[in-house]
Write a protein of this length. Structure first.
Length: 183
């Protein structure tokens, strides 16, 4: 059974020092020693198993995981989280979730940029539809309108290419990190 609960207690500095010495003598961590002592004490209480708890809906939000990073890795983590305008813990959480579920997450800032691009494309699309309607009704288009039409097509193509590049950079950056993603 995986250990997922914590027991917190305060002791005097003397007790803490004695525990540290005993743990060193036993060649184990203080936590391992305390866990062993607690197991011995609880065996004497009885074999009644506590009733199984139903996991509550809010338990996932409160789930915690502690990890230790080497100094260099911690620095990289902070840089990459900062590059995405995210707190480091949120970045790690999103990264782990993305890895476990094979996702390529899109941070809020990048999602907003994509939405703005889509809105611009929609606006240009409406204008192009108006021009096409006039042309299909047999109306003649002045040369300036034709030039504007060509310019809008170039803008649409550029927006399409930039949006594709943004999505590709996003996927790549979650795989290799922001520095190598060529954003």
């Amino acid at each position: 059974m995986a250990a997922e609960a914590f027991i917190h207690l305060r002791v005097t500095q003397e007790t803490k020092s004695r525990l540290r010495l005993l743990a060193q003598r036993e060649k184990q961590s203080e936590s391992a020693l305390l866990k062993q002592v607690l197991g011995v004490v609880l065996r004497g209480v009885g074999d009644e198993a506590p009733a199984a708890r139903e996991p509550d809906a809010g338990a996932n939000r409160q789930a915690r995981l502690s990890i230790r990073l080497q100094a260099g890795d911690h620095l990289l983590l902070r840089e990459r989280a900062e590059a995405r305008s995210m707190p480091a813990a949120t970045y790690v959480s999103v990264l782990v979730r993305a890895h476990l579920r094979s996702l390529s997450p899109l941070p809020k800032g990048e999602l907003l940029a994509l939405k703005r691009s889509i809105a611009e494309l929609a606006s240009i699309g409406r204008i192009i539809n108006q021009i096409a309607r006039v042309a299909n009704e047999g109306g003649s288009l002045p040369s300036t309108v034709r030039e504007e039409f060509r310019a809008m097509l170039k803008i649409c193509e550029a927006l399409r290419d930039n949006t594709k590049a943004l999505v590709k950079a996003n996927v790549t950056s979650w795989r290799v990190g922001h520095a190598e993603a060529n954003l």
